[in-house]
Structure formats: structure tokens, C-alpha cells
Design a protein around this ligand. Structure first.
Ligand code: MN
Length: 726
């Protein structure tokens, strides 16, 4: 038996899965014979390529037909073997898979847009027919990327671009992270070799420190978690090169300030354990604010689930912690391929394969409806690759920018001075407007002018996509144009007040604006104006607060809750069943955010203008005030809960407690004991040794909520438990 075949057989044995090895050996021998005499550009025998592709797929856990087809994937295209022969020897499915891969191989995704649309459509059709075709194609591409050094420079760049644009996003959409990361790392090596080398060197030079650091963290975590959860598994790793690349080169962060070069994974058996362990982690290490993400309650589109948090130990590097169950882990690593790899182990009522692939059908639908070819390509590409575009300078340097970025972003990505002096731009040799959006493969030339006093325009702030460009434009204005900024800021604020029907006497205005500026932590009102002027403060962001303030100080008739009630509420969908409103059948019912009523609460309805009825608690401040208001007469109607309602309702509780070890764990255990699902959980440390925990969960009604609250109150160290009504 030759060396390659032996490796395949060993891999199969190690996989622990059942394959008919005779069939696989037959496929291997046929391919070897057929490719005899053919060489790879690297000089290797051609058979190494299909064999390596098959090995990747065995590791991925794919089935026998897929492995067989992978071994044969190039014979129809490159040798005398026919599809009929394959069908006779290996059956219809294997022949179809080989046929699918052969057709895909002929598609080129770096050609003109019209043709690309057609090619992408063909690929989607093949995927819709049998998704295994694209999984073989991914393995094929991965091996080609691993062995690309023998190819010409131009060919390498073309393949790398296609990989970055089409294949890595596909792997991402299919959730196959292992392949996605390797494809991206390999592609960026050719697309931006200098940056790749820089990151690589950096990582290599710190390798020992890094391993030591990761080992230290792992030990520490094991020591603390293992006594309570003996089956816990912890692994530490460094993020992929491309992951670091995106942070350093695309988001403009310094190497030193990337929090999540390090990631620690904690894998346990159940969802409850995930939340409990999160509590333990936040207890032993300091969480970095705003870095907690709950992908368990809201999975990513490709089904990825985990809890993410970033923490820091005294005097150490911050690092990211990912907490997940084994099921979630398999999905994260193998994505769609987990369907084959863990087929026997998959529990649950339905096989989710179909559901997972529905986006392919949706894309095909979109394509059917639109007839603007360029539009189609763009929509499909942006759907596949939601994140970025690669654009070249006239000298051939490549810059990667987020999708939707414009030529202004590009100018600032080259250099601050280039952005500040920009007067126009050419894309692929033609003049384009400055809001022109970048597309992958474009060659962009920035035209600058050295005339004194020229600079960026304020409108650019609304055009640019990257925060890098926005910050640079802002700092130019901040430095150059103080007086203008003050004037601009004042005009903008006055305009905005008028638009919102906020009326003042001159005296009132000065007093009001001084107060706002002080609250925004500006020393003088002028500073505040200036900040708005150069864009340092976003007026749209702070307007809602200012409006609230105004309502409170100057007006009482129209309460802002009406607006709040019509804001899209996640509960909209579920709610309409649970409430009966007097005199109105089948009306749209919403729950007011000001008081978040639950079944069991006494309620009352308010007929909004055009948005159905919003339900308040009877003792809600807004309701009490509103009922007495002459202007709202007749719009308040009685409402009651339908007694048969069995739905669960989201409720949010804030717990204030003495900060101590295991606090979060106790809180999540209290809910777990009642079998209550947690929707989200957020904890923050207060300066005085207390901690505030905000937790959202589903309850059937007030009765159950009361039980939860009393259980929380019994937890040691808890000072107060409050139901949050917004
Ligand atoms: Mn191939």
C-alpha cells in the first residue's frame, strides 16, 4: 500500500466512523492510475491533491460518498475517465458530486460582473442541489491555497482574491470556522504580504511568553472551576492572523491594544453551566465593560452560539473568554459539516440541515426578481462577504476596507494628509464622485490639491464609513475651525429644537442649553457648541435625552410614552393573543415600555394613533396622569388578560448586592431551579464594593415573578431586587 493511501486509512481509523474502506481504496487507485504522469506545479504527483482534499474532508467528518468523490474530483476534467464510468463503479450520488465539482471548477469569480452573476447563480444552484459539492470545493480550494507558492504572482493574487471574496465567506456562511480561518490566513498572505509578515514575526517573537501566559490562565481557571464542574474542558489559543489583521490594519488599532489576541474556550455540558461559569469568571477576573456578548440567547446567523466576555487579571493582558456547550462547540468548529460528523449524536426533534440552508434559496429568489445584473452581483457578494472590500492603489498596494466604504475612506486609509487634501478621485481610470463606493478589485487614484486653506468638507462626515476617516476629519475641524464650529453647532441645535417643536423664550433657552452642556460635561456652552460643530458629539444621539429633559421642564400634555410604546417591541408578536381590549376585536396590542405589564397586573389600554392599543399597568405613572388629561379622554380603554394565556413574557430584574464570589452563579442557579429560561444577563461592579446584576428571563406571569423575586432576595449578600420597567 502506498504512503498516501496509508495516511487516508489511518485517518479513517482515527475518525472512529464507519466507512467502506474497499470503496475508498478503489477510488484512490482509479484516481492514481488516471492522473498517472500528471504533475502539480510544485512538482508533486497529481494524486497528492485529491488525496489531501479527501484527508481534509475525513477530518471534517464528511460521509463516504463525499470522500470518494473528493478522491475523484478532477478525473473527469483532467483525464480520460468518464462520468458514466464513475456512475457504474461508485453509483449515481458520487458521479453527481464529481459532476458538480467539475462544473464549479470552471466558474471564475474574478471576471466581469455580468458573468460573475451567472457564475454565482450556478454555484448557488449546485449548493441547493447538494451542499456536499461546495464542501468538497472548499477542501479543494484549501489544499490549493496551501500549495500556492509554486504559482505565478498574478495567479496567486487572483486566487487569493477569489478565496477572500467567495470561498472564505462561503465557509463562514456554512459555519465551518476551521476552514474559513485557514482560507483567510492563506489569502491575506498573498493579498497583503507585508502586513502578514509583520503579524507573523510579532507572533513568533512572543511565542514563548504567550504559551506561558495561556498556560497560566488555564491553570488558574481549572483550579477554580474544576471542583464544581469536574467535566469542564478549557483550551487557550491565539486568534487567527487574519483576525488580528482586521483589528490592526482595518480598524486602526495598535497591536498592543487588541484585547482578544488571546482567547480561552471553556466547554461544558449544559446551557445553565455556561451562565454559571460566566458568573464565576466575572467573579475571579475583572470584566471589561461593554465586551459581554450573549450569542446563546441570540445566535449568529450561521447558528454560532457562545457567551463572550473579555476580562483582565491584575497587571496582565486582557483576554477573551468564550463559554459554550459541546453541541455549540461542534457547530462552531464544523458548522454545516457537524450534520455529518455528529449525525448519530444529534438530538432534538428535527434535523436542522434544511433550515440552515434556507438562505441559499433566498439568494436565488432575490436573483430571480431583480434584472439589474450588477445589482445582483453586489447583493450576493455583500451577502456572502458582509465585511470588506479590497482596493488597490495605482502602485498595486492593497487596502482592505469595510463594505460600503467610499473613496474618502480610501484616501484617509492611505494617509491623513491625502484625505485632508483630497479634491477628487478616479476609479479604474475614470473620475468618480467622492461618495463613490469601493468595490473589490478596483484601482483607485486620489487627486489632491495643495491650495492653502482647503480641507475636508463637513458633509464628508455623513459619507464616510470607517471610524478612522471620521475621526481624522473631525480632528481636522476641531483644530482648524473653532469659531466656525461654534456657529455651526449653535445653528444645528437651534434647527433641531425647531424641528422638534421645542419652544423657549430667549432666557429659557440660555438656561436650558447651559444645563445640557453641563450635563454633557463641557466646561462652557461654547465648548459644547464647538463639539457639535466638528462632530465630536452626535446630536441625533443625544436628542432623545434632551427632548425628555424638555418635556419634563416645560411641557406636560404630551407624554413621551406614546412614542416609546410604538417603538418596535420584540413582544409585539407574542402579545396580541394574551390581552382582551374592551370594544375592540383583533386589535394590535403592544406593551408599553414605561411599565412592562405582566399577566396578573391590572392593566389599561391606550389607543394610539395608527399603532393599535398600548397596554399599561393601571398604576403606571403615565396611565394615571393620562386618564385625567382632558386631551386624552376617550382614548383610554379597559383591558384585561386572557386567562388562558400560556405564553411566557420577558421580565427584567435588577439586583443590587454585596460583590462576592459566586454571586452570579447563585443568581443563575436560582432561575435554573425554577426551570426559567435566561434571555440575557449583565453584571457590573460598582465602586463601593457592590455589584449590580441586570437579568432578563421569561416568566408565565406575576405569580411566578413573585416567586423568583423572593428567591433572589434570599441569596446571601443581596441588598435589593427590583423589577425594571425600562
Ligand atoms: Mn482540484
Amino acid at each position: 500500500m502506498d504512503e498516501l493511501l496509508k495516511r487516508i486509512m489511518t485517518a479513517i481509523e482515527k475518525s472512529g466512523r464507519q466507512y467502506d474502506t474497499a470503496v475508498i481504496e478503489e477510488a484512490y487507485m482509479l484516481a492514481k492510475e488516471a492522473h498517472k504522469g500528471q504533475k502539480r506545479e510544485s512538482g508533486d504527483e497529481y494524486i497528492t491533491h485529491p488525496a489531501e482534499a479527501a484527508l481534509i474532508l475525513i477530518e471534517l467528518g464528511m460521509d463516504e460518498e463525499t470522500i470518494t468523490a473528493a478522491l475523484l474530483h478532477d478525473v473527469v476534467e483532467d483525464t480520460a475517465v468518464t462520468l458514466e464510468e464513475l456512475k457504474r463503479k461508485f453509483g449515481q450520488s458520487v458521479a453527481d458530486l464529481v459532476d458538480g465539482v467539475t462544473k464549479l471548477t470552471k466558474l471564475n469569480f474574478t471576471t466581469k460582473e455580468e458573468q460573475q452573476a451567472e457564475n454565482i447563480r450556478k454555484m448557488l444552484l449546485a449548493m441547493a442541489k447538494d451542499i456536499r459539492v461546495i464542501i468538497i470545493k472548499l477542501a479543494d480550494r484549501l489544499h490549493n491555497m496551501r500549495t500556492m507558492s509554486a504559482k505565478s504572482e498574478a495567479k496567486r493574487r487572483e486566487k487569493a482574491l477569489e478565496t477572500m471574496e467567495v470561498y472564505a465567506p462561503l465557509a463562514h456562511r456554512l459555519g465551518i470556522y476551521t476552514i474559513k480561518e485557514e482560507l483567510e490566513d492563506a489569502a491575506i498572505e498573498y493579498l497583503d504580504p507585508i502586513a502578514y509578515e509583520e503579524i507573523n514575526l510579532r507572533l513568533a517573537s512572543e511565542k514563548e511568553d504567550r504559551n506561558e501566559f495561556l498556560q497560566l490562565i488555564k491553570d488558574k481557571l481549572y483550579n477554580r472551576i474544576k471542583p464544581e464542574y469536574p467535566d469542564v474542558y478549557i483550551e487557550g489559543r491565539v486568534k487567527s492572523i487574519y483576525g488580528i489583521y482586521r483589528k490592526v490594519y482595518m480598524n486602526g488599532r495598535a497591536f498592543e491594544e487588541i484585547y482578544d489576541i488571546y482567547a480561552v474556550r471553556i466547554i461544558v455540558d449544559s446551557v445553565n453551566e455556561c451562565y454559571n461559569i460566566l458568573g464565576i469568571i466575572h467573579d475571579m477576573l475583572t470584566p471589561i465593560p461593554n465586551r459581554f456578548k450573549d450569542y446563546i440567547s441570540t445566535p449568529k446567523q450561521n447558528m454560532y452560539q457562545s457567551l463572550h466576555t473579555t476580562v483582565i487579571d491584575k497587571g496582565q493582558m486582557p483576554f477573551e473568554v468564550q463559554i459554550r456547550t459541546w453541541d455549540m462547540h461542534h457547530t462552531a468548529e464544523y458548522g454545516i459539516a457537524a450534520h455529518w460528523k455528529y449525525k448519530e449524536g444529534i438530538t432534538g426533534p428535527t434535523d436542522r440541515l434544511d433550515e440552515r440552508l434556507s438562505w441559499i434559496r433566498q439568494l436565488l429568489e432575490v436573483q430571480k426578481e431583480s434584472d439589474d445584473v450588477q445589482d445582483i452581483v453586489r447583493s450576493i457578494k455583500s451577502d456572502l462577504s458582509p465585511e470588506e472590500v479590497f482596493v488597490f492603489t495605482p502602485k498595486g498596494d492593497v487596502k482592505s476596507l469595510p463594505l460600503g466604504a467610499t473613496v474618502i475612506d480610501f484616501a484617509y486609509a492611505i494617509h491623513t494628509a491625502v484625505g485632508n487634501k483630497m479634491v477628487g478621485a478616479k476609479a479604474d481610470g475614470k473620475m468618480v464622485p467622492i461618495n463613490h463606493q469601493l468595490k473589490t478589485g478596483m484601482i483607485v487614484e486620489i487627486i489632491t490639491s495643495n491650495v492653502q486653506g482647503r480641507g475636508p468638507s463637513r458633509d464628508w462626515l455623513n459619507i464616510v464609513k470607517t471610524s478612522e476617516a471620521r475621526n481624522k476629519i473631525r480632528s481636522w475641524f476641531k483644530k482648524e475651525k473653532r469659531e466656525e464650529n461654534v456657529l455651526e453647532g449653535r445653528t444645528e441645535i437651534e434647527k433641531e429644537f425647531k424641528r422638534n417643536n421645542m419652544e423657549f423664550t430667549a432666557e429659557e433657552y440660555e438656561q436650558f442649553i447651559d444645563e445640557i452642556a453641563r450635563r454633557q460635561k463641557y466646561l462652557t456652552t461654547e465648548d459644547f457648541y464647538a463639539a457639535i460643530g466638528y462632530g465630536g458629539v452626535s446630536l441625533t444621539k443625544i436628542m432623545p435625552r434632551i427632548k425628555d429633559e424638555y418635556q419634563r421642564s416645560y411641557r406636560t400634555e404630551e407624554t413621551p410614552f406614546i412614542e416609546k410604546a410604538v417603538q418596535k417591541s420584540k413582544r409585539e408578536r407574542k402579545a396580541s393573543g394574551g390581552v382582551i381590549v374592551e370594544g375592540l376585536e383583533e386589535c394590535l396590542v403592544k406593551f408599553a415600555h414605561c411599565c412592562n405589564p405582566l399577566p396578573g397586573d391590572e392593566i389599561i389600554g391606550f389607543v394610539t394613533r395608527g399603532y393599535g392599543v398600548s397596554i399599561h399597568k393601571k398604576d403606571c405613572e403615565n396611565a394615571v396622569r393620562g386618564i385625567e388629561d382632558e386631551n386624552q379622554k376617550g382614548r383610554w380603554v379597559s383591558a384585561e388578560w386572557e386567562t388562558s394565556a400560556k405564553e411566557t413574557y420577558k421580565s427584567t430584574i435588577e439586583i443590587l448586592a454585596l460583590d462576592r464570589g459566586g454571586l452570579l452563579a447563585d443568581v443563575s442557579v436560582a432561575l435554573a431551579n425554577l426551570r426559567i429560561p435566561i434571555h440575557s444577563l449583565n453584571a457590573r461592579e460598582l465602586k463601593d464594593g457592590h455589584a449590580a446584576i441586570e437579568i432578563t428571563f421569561g416568566v408565565t406571569g406575576v405569580e411566578q415573578l413573585k416567586i423568583v423575586i423572593s428567591n433572589f432576595q434570599r441569596i446571601s449578600g443581596v441588598v435589593s431586587v427590583e423589577r425594571k420597567t425600562r
